[in-house]
Ligand binder design. Structure first.
Ligand code: A3P
Length: 291
């Protein structure tokens, strides 16, 4: 099988992107959301797959084993256009399950307008900048549909400059945070909270979605989405995805809060913090970088 080439980064409406996410743009912008669609929106590496799998289990957990499919097929990626797969929009248009669970990494200003017109529920997940950067670095190393990450120090500088696929982390998390202040159908979750107490965050999700699973059902979901369990689950760990090279780094890598300490030098951390303060000075949004 011929793998797609690594793409180049370019400016797209003020956001760094690659053609694997802009190539189908008219169809993405004209995408017709349905009122019961649930959108999982994130900056890359914030725990998208984790929340996708939680929602999949909550809604479709009783699916017979022989009908199970990888999570990246069950929760289609709206803006995706890579050679090996049908475009995300096409898959979604054909999907007859209800609700449709939809993944997107688009910054808030680029989301197709029908999601707002249909007043869809949106679950946004945010993860602290330092762990996001580390996770993104390893992801770009092992994923052939991402630009070459280069060495860590340069990658970190690019992260701070917002020259990443899907643009600036700072703009993404604050853009969605501001939107949430005036839009009641957005639940804003934090990866760090989910690691700290998955059951509590599961309750928040259920109450936002109007679901009331039994205690046993909830426990089944909570158990099934633990890092070590998901890492071994071929339907949830991306091991069936040909563009990823697990010999370089697994998709389910560490699943920790604070792994950044193993990557940032003291000088990098200080410089990052100083820059972070400036970039985030106008927002009330706060993250934990340890728990
Ligand atoms: P690490 O690279 O830090 O391990 P996304 O799905 O948005 O690409 O995010 C991937 C990150 O979420 C990876 O982080 C992955 O290990 C982590 N992750 C996925 N499932 C998880 C789980 N059940 N518990 C904790 N972290 C999880």
């Amino acid at each position: 099988m011929e793998l797609p080439p690594r793409p180049k980064l370019f400016d797209f409406h003020g956001v760094s992107m690659t053609n694997y996410f802009t190539g189908n743009w008219d169809n993405v912008q004209n995408f017709q959301a349905r009122p019961d669609d649930i959108l999982i929106a994130t900056y890359p590496k914030a725990g998208t797959t984790w929340v996708s799998y939680i929602l999949d289990l909550l809604y479709f957990g009783q699916t017979a084993p022989e009908r199970q499919r990888p999570i990246f097929e069950k929760v289609p990626f709206l803006e995706l256009l890579i050679p090996l797969y049908p475009p995300g929009v096409e898959v979604l248009d054909k999907l007859t399950t209800s609700p449709r669970l939809i993944k997107s990494h688009l910054p808030v200003q680029l989301l197709p307008k029908s999601f707002w017109e249909q007043n869809c529920r949106i679950v946004y997940v945010a993860r602290n900048a330092k762990d996001s950067a580390v996770s993104y670095f390893h992801f770009d190393r092992m994923n052939r549909t991402q630009p070459e990450p280069g060495v860590w120090n340069n990658f970190l500088q690019r992260f701070m400059d917002g020259k990443m696929v899907f643009g600036s982390w700072y703009d993404h998390v604050t853009g969605w945070w501001e939107k949430k202040q005036t839009h009641s159908k957005i639940l804003y979750l934090f990866y760090e909270d989910m690691v700290e107490d998955t059951g509590r965050e599961l309750d928040r999700l259920c109450s936002f979605l109007g679901l009331s699973p039994s205690a046993e059902e909830k426990e089944r979901v909570r158990g099934g989405v633990q890092f070590d369990i998901m890492k071994k689950n071929s339907m949830a760990n991306y091991s069936t995805n040909p563009v990823m090279d697990f010999k370089i780094s697994p998709f389910m890598r560490k699943g920790k809060v604070g792994d950044w300490k193993n990557h940032f030098t003291v000088a990098q951390s200080e410089q990052f913090d100083e820059d972070y303060k400036k970039k985030m000075e106008n927002t009330q949004l706060r993250f934990h970088t340890t728990i």
